[in-house]
Design a binder for this molecule. Structure first.
Ligand SMILES: Cc1ncc(COP(=O)(O)O)c(C=O)c1O
Length: 362
């Protein structure tokens, strides 16, 4: 059967993962698992008694993070993010001293891990503030350690895992957080599995499958998370997928893919975009983010017309009412380089950049 050469789009469940025999009780694992990153955030808010209190969130973050704090009645103060997405210790310390948030939440963007800088900030501020590190993007980067009071992540975002989030408090085991009971009409996993099966068959060239069939199912499966209001446990099937993923060589694949794009990147292309990761060897990335100098849709639609679907991470949430620098919301485009892809795909992306550059230069 022909292979459909598409890059990007939803992750189907990875085949073979489910058959792994994994004990659900792994005593070395300090995480408490939830159905989603949102569930883990809600659990953090409850455990830290942050309901109704002032919290600091980065100006560049995703809607579902903000919504979780809004849902728990928190007063949100957004703090600014540097142009290179890295941490400026003095600015964060100054922000904490002026605003005195009860809880300070931060991301390691796209795999960046700046543990050393954060530990300097904790030295000054952790008597006053509780720090929460969202490692959704960075769990697999050089140092997985975090000295934040709470470390959490959405594990379902990394691919092939049908649901999941986790939380750890400062290296301690046993959070003892109460789970809610899932609603009876929760068919999300079945829908996700069906969508995955259809996408796989489509990618293998099955002509009877129309893209919209699996797209709408993936969409429905996402909507379950959007309507989720409780704190639910992860299902065993998803935990098994996660543990199997941890044993697979996907981190190396992502690093290799990043290296291929970094090495193949032509500085002449910087007329239209600046990649964020050129000098970061420690990153295990999910994407190759480019900050565009031109209208973002020009590159995004050019790539899509050649079967490469580059997402926007993140669209600006309607819950952000504070003024701030919107460059990341307006100009960042993320090129998929995850474990589904290899050298041939990265070369294809580089050829598309080259062709786009020629087109831009007329
Ligand atoms: C960085 C980050 N943290 C947390 C979440 C929430 O995770 P979930 O969608 O699994 O609830 C997301 C979702 O996009 C995210 O990108």
């Amino acid at each position: 059967m022909a292979h459909f050469e598409e890059i990007g789009g939803n992750f189907p469940v990875v085949l073979g993962m489910n058959s792994e025999v994994v004990n659900s009780e792994d005593t070395a694992d300090l995480n408490q698992y939830f159905s989603s990153g949102r569930s883990a955030i809600l659990a953090t808010i409850i455990h830290s008694r942050a309901q109704g209190k002032k919290v600091a969130l980065p100006y560049f973050t995703c809607h579902s993070v903000i919504e979780s704090f809004v849902r728990m009645g928190c007063e949100i103060k957004f703090y600014p993010i540097q142009k290179d997405l890295k941490v400026q210790e003095d600015l964060i310390i100054q922000f904490c001293q002026v605003e005195q948030p009860y809880l300070f939440f931060y991301h390691d963007y796209f795999g960046l891990n700046e543990e050393l800088k954060w530990s300097k900030i904790f030295d000054v501020c952790s008597g006053q503030q509780l720090f929460v590190n969202d490692k959704t993007h960075s769990f697999f980067s050089a140092s997985t350690h975090s000295s934040a009071h709470y470390t959490l992540m959405s594990i379902r975002k990394w691919g092939g895992i049908s649901e999941g989030g986790c939380l750890q408090i400062n290296g301690m085991k046993g959070l003892d957080i109460q789970y809610d009971i899932r609603p009876d009409n929760d068919f999300r996993m079945e829908i996700y599995n069906k969508a995955s099966e259809l996408k796989r068959e489509f990618l293998q060239g099955d002509p009877s499958i129309n893209k919209e069939q699996f797209r709408s199912l993936f969409y429905q499966s996402e909507s379950f998370f959007d309507s989720e209001t409780g704190i639910y446990p992860i299902r065993l099937e998803a935990l098994q997928q996660w543990r199997a993923l941890l044993r697979s060589p996907f981190a190396q694949r992502r690093k290799l893919n990043l290296d291929l794009l970094v090495q193949g990147w032509n500085p002449d292309w910087e007329g239209w975009g600046i990649p964020i990761f050129m000098n970061n060897r420690d990153v295990v990335p999910l994407y190759f983010p480019i900050l565009l100098k031109i209208q973002r849709s020009l590159l995004q639609s050019f790539l899509a017309s050649h079967g490469v679907y580059a997402p926007i991470i993140w669209p600006k949430s309607i819950l952000i009412t504070q003024e701030g620098d919107d460059s990341f919301y307006n100009q960042l485009l993320c090129i998929p380089i995850d474990q589904r892809y290899g050298e041939k795909d990265m070369n294809r992306i580089l050829s598309l950049f080259e062709a786009f550059d020629k087109m831009m230069k007329g």
